[in-house]
Design a protein around this ligand. Structure first.
Ligand SMILES: [Zn+2]
Length: 332
């Protein structure tokens, strides 16, 4: 009888011990090895040494996951294992590259937002366009030399047969930054304006092609001989527009064709008086001159006068085209 009871007690102790292992939950994870308690040894409260800490930690993790899965299953949920937390290694000394990068980042952070630097006051000088008709001829080189010496540029409206005759001068003109433009083939009033409105555009196209052959420069700027009024009526202007050409007249006439032999000084006087008349008006200032000897003699004084009044003398620039025709035709 006593032996039977003894057996029953032993069986009970074993079953309690087994069930205890099954329901044991790990204590909160304490990373200090000396205070860590293995769940399997919780009953004996045995301390583990440092050497075994890592394997114990692993066991604990497994055990914890087992219990969490158990609880999750019981509650009808699934345990999803999360991805590992990124591992950070602390270097004994900062990696110089990383340190440098951090320094740069700090500098970028600390750099105050710079206000836009005040732009230097660049005063754009008003322009006066020096235009010369009826070249090229013998006098052209002298005029080109003056322009170069004075750092001024000219716009030259040229006649086609003369361009063929003075090809080197035309090349020089273009090479030195002056603008080559078109002034017809015949310069004949009757031939240009007496017949078909196509006559003007045909002569301008022929002049354009010759210039292109000589210099490789494609110019679309024209000036009608004797000016566009009254000859260049709308029928004539329409065909110029159809050919994508531009047409310039002038607003200061030096009358140099008249005075260049008898009184070249009058050319300068006319230029000065003309400037006084137009300087406060809207639009560009365009001076009409011709490629003549008398004009060449006063040209340095004309340029000096313009400079003294604060003007610059650039060549025509198709990218900055401005309207300058007696009809105020904005297409040209
Ligand atoms: Zn002319």
């Amino acid at each position: 009888m006593k032996k039977w009871w003894f057996l029953v007690i032993i069986i009970m102790i074993i079953s309690i011990a087994k069930s205890g292992q099954a329901i044991t939950l790990p204590r909160s994870i304490d990373k200090t090895p000396n205070t860590f308690l293995n769940s399997n040894e919780s009953l004996t409260n045995k301390r583990v040494n440092s050497a075994n800490w890592e394997s114990n930690q692993e066991k604990l993790e497994n055990n914890r996951n087992f219990h969490l899965k158990y609880v999750a299953d019981y509650l009808g949920n699934k345990l999803i294992e999360q991805a590992e937390v990124p591992k950070v290694d602390l270097l004994p000394e900062p990696n110089p590259k990383v340190f440098k990068l951090l320094q740069v980042q700090e500098q970028v952070k600390e750099k105050p937002i710079q206000k836009e630097k005040p732009k230097p006051n660049i005063i754009v000088k008003p322009s006066v366009y020096l235009t010369f008709d009826d070249g090229p001829n013998h006098e052209l080189n002298q005029i080109l030399t003056i322009l170069k010496a004075k750092k001024a540029k000219g716009t030259f409206f040229m006649i086609e047969p003369q361009m063929r005759h003075y090809q080197d001068s035309v090349k020089r003109l273009v090479n030195e930054g002056n603008y080559p433009a078109l002034h017809s083939v015949t310069h004949d009033k009757n031939k240009l304006y007496g017949g078909s409105p196509l006559n003007v555009v045909n002569e301008m196209e022929k002049t354009r092609k010759t210039l292109l052959e000589i210099t490789g420069f494609d110019s679309k700027l024209t000036r009608a001989p004797y000016g566009s009024k009254p000859y260049m009526k709308d029928t004539f202007r329409n065909v110029l527009v159809q050919h994508q050409m531009k047409m310039w007249d002038w607003n200061i006439d030096t009358m140099d064709w008249k005075y260049q032999r008898s009184n070249p000084h009058q050319i300068l006087v006319n230029a000065i008086n003309g400037l006084e008349r137009v300087k406060n008006k809207k639009g560009p200032i365009v001076i009409l001159m011709h490629v003549t000897k008398g004009t060449a003699t006063v040209l340095p004084q004309v340029i000096d006068y313009l400079y003294s009044k604060g003007y610059q003398c650039p060549a025509y620039d198709p990218s900055k085209h401005v309207i300058m025709n007696f009809w105020n035709d904005t297409r040209l």
